[in-house]
Design a protein around this ligand. Structure first.
Ligand code: ADP
Ligand code: ARG
Length: 367
């Protein structure tokens, strides 16, 4: 039944050494699975088969996939995150657990000689009682949005997080216009049209666009929850400033509020921490970033040099509009620690601070 897919995978193994899912797929393990499990695992790999240039090449489609298909995912996780196959993840937001931080754990970029920068910390979360986005039906996407709209009432009534929900779902009570949506995208608040992303399309994650998609935005626009992107929820704090603790601490406090809302139980794995669609995000599901100008390292108009310098520092470089976008005209790039798994939340924000210090030195040396 899977002859064609198995032949495709076998051919890609030879041609695409960077495609982790393809490289970690073991036909002998696949043959041991029953028909339902075989169908589920093949669904996880579809994006990497349809997009041979993938680096991760797979997405989980059910909250239990990482545990149910451990022989596959343990290998893929080990390869992507450079950890042992039996590595276990621990979550910890307490900055006092991290050694070598400045006094009182205040991560103030002004001490590095930097001006106020746009700072953002996001975490992905998925509800335990829905399939992950790659396997949802349109009705389930809309039901999840309805569940979240009820939950958002708690935030609307909250003095620190009051705001409004904006929906892209046709006919939703809170539906916004295309122009309003574009304004939110341009303000870095709302996510891009997923149906333009070939990885998410092949994964089934972008299906039924724009049904069940939207975002909650606080009145001051600095606390945001995406609904229906790559994970059910992406929860984030964003503001301009120099003290990274501002966005980190605010996000933790907000997360505790969201976590306490009736009807919201987040998918967690005992061994792997926070469950996410993409194995690259598993564990913390956290990306902590700043937008920073690196005119010397981007003098050729691309991020190639900045990427080469940032990689050994454990940092990823993205464009000014996020993943798979070009750098800004003024040499602005998005810098974030690459690690998400087998690292704590506290270590990630500390790694951002330390990485910025090192990258700033490289930028000056390149001048
Ligand atoms: P994610 O961060 O969820 O992995 P993206 O990389 O696509 O997704 O980024 C989503 C949006 O967040 C984009 O508009 C991007 O420019 C914006 N963004 C990311 N980091 C920052 C930041 N530090 N300041 C302002 N906007 C940011
Ligand atoms: N699926 C793509 C790949 O394998 C992107 C993975 C990382 N990005 C993400 N948004 N999850 O290369």
């Amino acid at each position: 039944m899977y002859e064609q897919k198995l032949a495709q995978i076998a051919a890609l193994k030879a041609d695409q050494p960077q495609n982790i899912a393809i490289q970690c797929f073991d036909p002998a393990y696949f043959a041991t699975l029953g028909p339902d499990e075989q169908a589920r695992l093949m669904t996880c790999l579809n994006s990497g088969i349809e997009n041979p240039d993938s680096e991760m090449g797979c997405y989980a489609c059910q909250p239990s996939d990482y545990d149910d298909f451990r022989p596959f995912f343990a290998k893929a996780l080990a390869r992507n995150h450079r950890v042992a196959e039996d590595a276990k993840h621990t979550n910890n937001w307490d900055l006092s657990s991290v050694d070598g931080l400045p006094d009182e754990g205040v991560l103030d970029m002004a001490a590095l000689g930097l001006p106020p920068l746009s700072m953002r910390v996001r975490v992905g979360r998925n509800l335990a009682d829905f399939p992950l986005p790659g396997s949802m039906t349109r009705d389930q996407r809309v039901a999840l949005e309805t569940r979240m709209m009820a939950a958002f009432q708690v935030l609307i009534d909250h003095p620190d997080y009051g705001g409004a929900y904006h929906s892209l779902t046709p006919g939703n009570l809170n539906q916004i216009t295309q122009a309003q949506y574009q304004e939110l995208v341009d303000a870095h608040i709302m996510f891009k049209d997923m149906s333009n992303d070939s990885y998410l399309l092949a994964a089934g994650i972008a299906a039924d666009w724009p049904h069940g998609r939207g975002c909650y935005v606080s009145d001051d626009r600095s606390f945001i929850i995406w609904v229906g992107e790559e994970d059910h929820l992406r929860i984030m704090c964003m503001e301009r400033g120099t003290v990274l603790n501002r966005v980190f601490d605010r996000l933790k406090t907000a997360l505790d509020v969201v976590n306490g809302i009736d009807g919201l139980t987040f998918a967690m794995s005992d061994d792997y921490g926070v469950v996410t669609s993409c194995p690259t995000n598993l564990g913390t599901a956290m990306r902590a970033s700043v937008h920073i100008q690196l005119p010397n390292l981007t003098a050729d108009g691309t991020d190639q040099k900045a990427k080469a310098i940032a990689k050994p520092l454990g940092l990823s470089v993205r464009g000014a509009g996020g993943e798979h976008t070009p750098i800004g005209a003024d040499g602005t790039v998005d810098i974030s620690p690459s690690a998400r798994f087998c690292i704590t939340e506290a270590q990630i924000i500390a790694a951002l601070y330390k990485g910025i210090a090192l990258l700033k030195a490289e930028e000056e040396a390149a001048g």
